[in-house]
Design a protein around this ligand. Sequence first.
Ligand SMILES: [Zn+2]
Length: 266
Amino acid sequence: MREAEDAFRRGVRSVLLFGIPARKDAQGTSAFDPKGPVPSAIRALKTRLPDLVVMADVCLCEYTSHGHCGVLSDGAVDNDRTLPLLGQAAVAYAGAGADVVAPSSMMDHQVAALRRALHDAGQEDTLVLAYAAKFASSLYAPFREAAGSAPSFGDRRSYQMDPRNSREALRELRLDAEEGADALMVKPALPCLDLLARAREEHDLPLAAYQVSGEYAMIKATASQGWCDEGAAVHESLTAIRRAGADLIVTYFAGDLARRVGRGVR
Ligand SMILES: [Zn+2]
Protein backbone atom coordinates (compact mmCIF):
# COMPACT_ATOMS: atom_id res chain seq x y z
CA MET A 1 0.00 0.00 0.00
CA ARG A 2 2.84 2.35 0.87
CA GLU A 3 4.52 1.74 -2.50
CA ALA A 4 1.28 2.21 -4.43
CA GLU A 5 0.25 5.34 -2.52
CA ASP A 6 3.69 6.84 -3.01
CA ALA A 7 3.65 6.03 -6.73
CA PHE A 8 0.11 7.36 -7.10
CA ARG A 9 1.10 10.60 -5.39
CA ARG A 10 3.92 10.95 -7.91
CA GLY A 11 1.48 10.47 -10.79
CA VAL A 12 1.63 6.74 -11.58
CA ARG A 13 -1.89 5.69 -12.45
CA SER A 14 -1.61 1.93 -12.91
CA VAL A 15 0.15 -0.99 -11.25
CA LEU A 16 0.73 -4.65 -12.13
CA LEU A 17 0.62 -6.99 -9.14
CA PHE A 18 2.48 -10.25 -8.48
CA GLY A 19 1.91 -12.29 -5.35
CA ILE A 20 4.34 -13.88 -2.94
CA PRO A 21 2.34 -16.41 -0.91
CA ALA A 22 3.04 -17.46 2.66
CA ARG A 23 3.13 -21.09 1.52
CA LYS A 24 3.89 -22.72 -1.84
CA ASP A 25 2.62 -26.13 -2.98
CA ALA A 26 2.71 -28.32 -6.09
CA GLN A 27 -0.63 -27.00 -7.39
CA GLY A 28 0.08 -23.32 -6.66
CA THR A 29 -3.22 -23.12 -4.78
CA SER A 30 -2.46 -19.70 -3.26
CA ALA A 31 -2.68 -18.30 -6.81
CA PHE A 32 -6.44 -18.77 -6.88
CA ASP A 33 -7.25 -18.40 -3.18
CA PRO A 34 -9.69 -15.45 -2.93
CA LYS A 35 -7.97 -14.60 0.37
CA GLY A 36 -4.48 -14.88 -1.20
CA PRO A 37 -1.98 -12.03 -1.41
CA VAL A 38 -3.10 -10.62 -4.76
CA PRO A 39 -6.89 -10.48 -4.14
CA SER A 40 -6.21 -8.98 -0.69
CA ALA A 41 -3.94 -6.33 -2.24
CA ILE A 42 -6.46 -5.57 -4.99
CA ARG A 43 -9.25 -5.01 -2.47
CA ALA A 44 -7.05 -2.76 -0.34
CA LEU A 45 -5.81 -0.76 -3.35
CA LYS A 46 -9.29 -0.30 -4.82
CA THR A 47 -10.61 0.89 -1.45
CA ARG A 48 -7.84 3.42 -0.83
CA LEU A 49 -7.02 4.41 -4.43
CA PRO A 50 -10.20 3.88 -6.50
CA ASP A 51 -8.72 5.71 -9.51
CA LEU A 52 -5.68 3.45 -9.71
CA VAL A 53 -5.91 0.96 -12.61
CA VAL A 54 -5.05 -2.38 -11.03
CA MET A 55 -3.69 -5.18 -13.20
CA ALA A 56 -2.96 -8.65 -11.86
CA ASP A 57 -0.45 -11.06 -13.31
CA VAL A 58 -1.95 -14.54 -13.73
CA CYS A 59 0.54 -17.38 -13.43
CA LEU A 60 1.36 -20.20 -11.03
CA CYS A 61 5.16 -19.87 -10.80
CA GLU A 62 5.25 -17.61 -7.75
CA TYR A 63 2.93 -20.08 -5.99
CA THR A 64 4.24 -23.53 -6.96
CA SER A 65 6.82 -25.30 -4.82
CA HIS A 66 8.64 -26.39 -8.01
CA GLY A 67 8.63 -22.88 -9.54
CA HIS A 68 7.11 -23.85 -12.88
CA CYS A 69 4.32 -21.82 -14.48
CA GLY A 70 1.91 -24.76 -14.53
CA VAL A 71 1.11 -27.96 -12.66
CA LEU A 72 3.13 -31.08 -13.37
CA SER A 73 2.18 -34.48 -14.75
CA ASP A 74 4.91 -37.12 -14.96
CA GLY A 75 7.56 -34.51 -14.23
CA ALA A 76 6.55 -32.17 -17.08
CA VAL A 77 4.36 -29.07 -17.15
CA ASP A 78 0.81 -30.09 -18.05
CA ASN A 79 -0.67 -27.40 -20.27
CA ASP A 80 -4.29 -28.48 -20.22
CA ARG A 81 -4.51 -29.22 -16.49
CA THR A 82 -3.07 -25.76 -15.82
CA LEU A 83 -5.65 -23.82 -17.85
CA PRO A 84 -8.61 -24.14 -15.42
CA LEU A 85 -6.37 -23.09 -12.51
CA LEU A 86 -5.34 -19.95 -14.40
CA GLY A 87 -9.04 -19.33 -15.05
CA GLN A 88 -9.79 -19.65 -11.33
CA ALA A 89 -7.01 -17.21 -10.50
CA ALA A 90 -8.33 -14.66 -13.02
CA VAL A 91 -11.83 -14.97 -11.56
CA ALA A 92 -10.47 -14.47 -8.02
CA TYR A 93 -8.61 -11.32 -9.09
CA ALA A 94 -11.52 -9.95 -11.13
CA GLY A 95 -13.86 -10.66 -8.21
CA ALA A 96 -11.57 -8.68 -5.91
CA GLY A 97 -11.80 -5.71 -8.29
CA ALA A 98 -8.90 -6.01 -10.75
CA ASP A 99 -9.45 -3.97 -13.90
CA VAL A 100 -7.09 -6.11 -15.96
CA VAL A 101 -5.86 -9.70 -15.69
CA ALA A 102 -2.60 -10.55 -17.43
CA PRO A 103 -1.90 -14.23 -18.16
CA SER A 104 1.85 -14.77 -18.30
CA SER A 105 2.34 -18.54 -18.06
CA MET A 106 2.64 -19.04 -21.86
CA MET A 107 0.32 -22.07 -21.70
CA ASP A 108 -1.34 -22.67 -25.06
CA HIS A 109 -4.92 -21.28 -25.14
CA GLN A 110 -4.54 -19.43 -21.83
CA VAL A 111 -6.35 -16.35 -23.18
CA ALA A 112 -9.35 -18.41 -24.30
CA ALA A 113 -9.37 -20.19 -20.92
CA LEU A 114 -9.44 -16.87 -19.03
CA ARG A 115 -12.09 -15.42 -21.29
CA ARG A 116 -14.31 -18.47 -20.73
CA ALA A 117 -13.77 -18.49 -16.95
CA LEU A 118 -14.45 -14.75 -16.67
CA HIS A 119 -17.59 -15.12 -18.79
CA ASP A 120 -18.90 -18.00 -16.67
CA ALA A 121 -18.28 -15.94 -13.52
CA GLY A 122 -20.11 -12.89 -14.91
CA GLN A 123 -16.84 -10.96 -15.05
CA GLU A 124 -16.70 -10.41 -18.81
CA ASP A 125 -15.92 -6.69 -18.42
CA THR A 126 -12.49 -7.48 -16.98
CA LEU A 127 -9.82 -6.86 -19.61
CA VAL A 128 -7.27 -9.48 -20.62
CA LEU A 129 -3.73 -8.26 -21.27
CA ALA A 130 -1.99 -11.25 -22.83
CA TYR A 131 1.70 -11.92 -22.40
CA ALA A 132 1.56 -13.11 -25.99
CA ALA A 133 5.22 -13.26 -26.96
CA LYS A 134 7.20 -14.01 -23.81
CA PHE A 135 10.69 -15.25 -24.48
CA ALA A 136 12.78 -17.59 -22.38
CA SER A 137 15.08 -14.74 -21.32
CA SER A 138 18.07 -14.66 -18.99
CA LEU A 139 16.94 -11.19 -17.97
CA TYR A 140 14.16 -12.44 -15.65
CA ALA A 141 16.72 -13.57 -13.08
CA PRO A 142 16.48 -10.66 -10.59
CA PHE A 143 12.67 -11.05 -10.39
CA ARG A 144 12.96 -14.78 -9.83
CA GLU A 145 15.39 -14.25 -7.02
CA ALA A 146 13.04 -11.73 -5.39
CA ALA A 147 9.98 -13.96 -5.84
CA GLY A 148 11.77 -17.21 -5.04
CA SER A 149 10.29 -18.59 -8.25
CA ALA A 150 13.29 -20.04 -10.10
CA PRO A 151 12.32 -23.52 -11.38
CA SER A 152 13.63 -26.23 -9.05
CA PHE A 153 14.44 -28.41 -12.08
CA GLY A 154 14.78 -27.86 -15.83
CA ASP A 155 13.90 -24.51 -17.38
CA ARG A 156 10.93 -22.80 -19.01
CA ARG A 157 11.92 -23.36 -22.61
CA SER A 158 9.14 -25.88 -23.22
CA TYR A 159 6.53 -23.10 -22.90
CA GLN A 160 8.37 -19.77 -23.23
CA MET A 161 9.50 -18.66 -26.67
CA ASP A 162 12.82 -19.33 -28.35
CA PRO A 163 14.51 -15.93 -28.88
CA ARG A 164 15.80 -17.14 -32.25
CA ASN A 165 12.33 -17.57 -33.73
CA SER A 166 10.51 -14.34 -34.51
CA ARG A 167 7.89 -15.87 -36.81
CA GLU A 168 6.69 -18.12 -34.00
CA ALA A 169 6.37 -15.08 -31.75
CA LEU A 170 4.24 -13.31 -34.34
CA ARG A 171 2.03 -16.40 -34.56
CA GLU A 172 1.59 -16.37 -30.75
CA LEU A 173 0.50 -12.73 -30.92
CA ARG A 174 -2.01 -13.58 -33.62
CA LEU A 175 -3.44 -16.53 -31.68
CA ASP A 176 -3.92 -14.46 -28.52
CA ALA A 177 -5.69 -11.74 -30.51
CA GLU A 178 -7.99 -14.39 -31.99
CA GLU A 179 -8.70 -15.85 -28.54
CA GLY A 180 -10.02 -12.47 -27.38
CA ALA A 181 -7.12 -10.61 -25.80
CA ASP A 182 -7.79 -6.90 -25.23
CA ALA A 183 -4.10 -6.03 -25.40
CA LEU A 184 -0.94 -7.89 -26.38
CA MET A 185 2.39 -7.90 -24.60
CA VAL A 186 5.94 -8.55 -25.74
CA LYS A 187 8.49 -9.48 -23.05
CA PRO A 188 11.33 -8.62 -22.54
CA ALA A 189 11.26 -5.18 -24.15
CA LEU A 190 14.62 -3.88 -25.37
CA PRO A 191 15.82 -7.21 -26.86
CA CYS A 192 12.50 -7.47 -28.77
CA LEU A 193 12.08 -4.07 -30.40
CA ASP A 194 11.97 -5.68 -33.85
CA LEU A 195 8.96 -7.74 -32.78
CA LEU A 196 7.21 -4.76 -31.26
CA ALA A 197 7.60 -2.88 -34.52
CA ARG A 198 6.31 -5.82 -36.55
CA ALA A 199 3.41 -6.37 -34.14
CA ARG A 200 2.55 -2.66 -34.40
CA GLU A 201 2.18 -3.00 -38.16
CA GLU A 202 0.02 -6.09 -37.88
CA HIS A 203 -2.25 -5.39 -34.88
CA ASP A 204 -4.73 -2.68 -33.96
CA LEU A 205 -4.92 -3.86 -30.34
CA PRO A 206 -2.97 -1.88 -27.73
CA LEU A 207 0.57 -3.20 -27.47
CA ALA A 208 2.43 -3.52 -24.19
CA ALA A 209 6.12 -4.08 -23.57
CA TYR A 210 7.60 -5.29 -20.31
CA GLN A 211 10.95 -3.79 -19.40
CA VAL A 212 11.99 -6.72 -17.20
CA SER A 213 13.99 -6.89 -13.99
CA GLY A 214 17.28 -7.63 -15.79
CA GLU A 215 16.82 -4.59 -18.05
CA TYR A 216 16.17 -2.51 -14.93
CA ALA A 217 19.16 -4.01 -13.13
CA MET A 218 21.53 -3.41 -16.06
CA ILE A 219 20.77 0.31 -16.05
CA LYS A 220 20.91 0.51 -12.25
CA ALA A 221 24.19 -1.39 -12.05
CA THR A 222 25.84 0.61 -14.83
CA ALA A 223 24.73 3.92 -13.35
CA SER A 224 25.86 2.89 -9.85
CA GLN A 225 29.39 2.47 -11.24
CA GLY A 226 29.25 5.97 -12.68
CA TRP A 227 29.43 4.57 -16.20
CA CYS A 228 26.25 6.23 -17.47
CA ASP A 229 23.68 8.76 -16.35
CA GLU A 230 20.74 6.79 -14.97
CA GLY A 231 18.03 9.30 -15.88
CA ALA A 232 19.28 9.61 -19.45
CA ALA A 233 19.56 5.83 -19.85
CA VAL A 234 16.03 5.30 -18.51
CA HIS A 235 14.66 7.95 -20.82
CA GLU A 236 16.51 6.56 -23.83
CA SER A 237 15.43 2.96 -23.26
CA LEU A 238 11.77 3.85 -22.65
CA THR A 239 11.74 6.15 -25.67
CA ALA A 240 13.11 3.32 -27.83
CA ILE A 241 10.38 0.96 -26.58
CA ARG A 242 7.74 3.58 -27.31
CA ARG A 243 9.25 4.33 -30.72
CA ALA A 244 9.11 0.65 -31.65
CA GLY A 245 5.35 0.70 -31.10
CA ALA A 246 4.44 0.12 -27.45
CA ASP A 247 1.33 1.88 -26.16
CA LEU A 248 1.91 0.59 -22.62
CA ILE A 249 5.22 0.01 -20.88
CA VAL A 250 5.54 -2.05 -17.71
CA THR A 251 8.63 -0.74 -15.96
CA TYR A 252 10.17 -0.69 -12.49
CA PHE A 253 11.23 2.87 -13.29
CA ALA A 254 7.62 4.18 -13.35
CA GLY A 255 7.82 5.87 -9.94
CA ASP A 256 11.21 7.45 -10.63
CA LEU A 257 10.09 8.60 -14.05
CA ALA A 258 6.89 10.14 -12.72
CA ARG A 259 8.89 12.07 -10.16
CA ARG A 260 11.33 13.25 -12.81
CA VAL A 261 8.81 14.41 -15.40
CA GLY A 262 6.55 15.81 -12.68
CA ARG A 263 3.19 14.88 -14.18
CA GLY A 264 0.91 11.93 -14.65
CA VAL A 265 2.38 8.70 -15.97
CA ARG A 266 -0.17 5.99 -16.60
ZN1 LIG B 1 5.17 -17.90 -14.56
